[in-house]
Design a protein around this ligand. Structure first.
Ligand code: ADP
Ligand code: ADP
Ligand code: ZN
Length: 215
């Protein structure tokens, strides 16, 4: 099963991904996490992606699609995958459709988490992420039990560089111009399932599972 989580930066994709991927029995693949890992390890891909990620721009489609298709060749995606943060352009969506077709597969469902701009700005400004396991917290909406430490694994929490206000503004305009057209793309394909993301995380999770037919 191929599922996609779609929504603006800060919609709650990362927060909901563990629940949805576990219920569906598929691997969670987040292109943002893959880029950050490559940047941290200073790989060739990381060096090429860094300047784009730092300023909140999209990494070019060619690099991104190649990285994603390589990831889909790993054995843990046999039963399917939950894509988080990919596709982000119509060209990426078409490249994904073509690649899946070549494997006799197709995108099954696109879960669109709809959240307005004001809410997203408030969320990204308070986001803290675990360096070790990637769990996400919010200083007000979902604080960790011990400040600066991950509840799940005890890892150190950090604020992403691209969550600074100027970069957030840029990411939101990139979303509106380049990613929001995917809502229509998948609606026309009859694959779009929309969920109200402006509820508490538990309610959003329930609605996502219901929409995907997983509960
Ligand atoms: P968020 O969770 O806030 O939406 P991500 O972690 O998904 O952010 O992405 C962080 C950055 O990684 C993006 O701003 C962009 O630079 C890069 N990136 C992630 N996914 C893609 C993609 N599909 N295409 C191009 N760039 C991407
Ligand atoms: P995305 O992956 O879509 O960029 P995240 O899952 O990283 O979004 O969430 C962004 C921030 O918003 C995090 O600080 C997270 O704790 C918080 N958050 C996620 N879902 C909710 C929600 N339903 N209500 C309030 N805050 C939320
Ligand atoms: Zn952790």
């Amino acid at each position: 099963m191929i599922l996609i989580l779609l929504g603006p930066p800060g919609a709650g994709k990362g927060t909901q991904a563990a629940l949805v991927s576990q219920q569906a029995g598929v691997a969670h693949v987040a292109t943002g996490d893959l880029f950050r890992e490559n940047i941290r390890n200073q790989t060739e891909l990381g060096k090429q992606a860094k300047a784009f990620v730092d300023r909140g721009a999209l990494v070019p489609d060619e690099l991104t699609v190649r990285m994603l298709l390589d990831r889909l060749d790993r054995p843990d995606t046999q039963k399917g995958v939950l894509l988080d943060g990919f596709p982000r352009t119509v060209d990426q969506a078409k490249a994904l459709d073509d690649a899946l077709k070549g494997r006799g597969q197709a995108v099954d469902k696109v879960l669109y988490i709809n959240v307005g701009e004001e809410e997203v700005i408030a969320r990204l400004g308070g986001r803290w992420t675990c360096r070790q396991c990637g769990a996400v917290y919010h200083q007000v909406f979902s604080p960790p039990k011990t400040p600066g430490r991950c509840d799940q694994c005890g890892g150190e929490l950090y604020q992403r560089d691209d969550d600074k206000p100027e970069t957030v503004r840029n990411r939101l305009s990139v979303y509106t111009q380049q990613t929001a057209p995917l809502v229509d793309y998948y609606r026309q394909a009859g694959k779009l399932l929309e969920v109200n993301g402006e509820q508490n995380a538990e309610a959003v999770g329930k609605d996502l599972l219901k929409a995907a037919g997983l509960s």
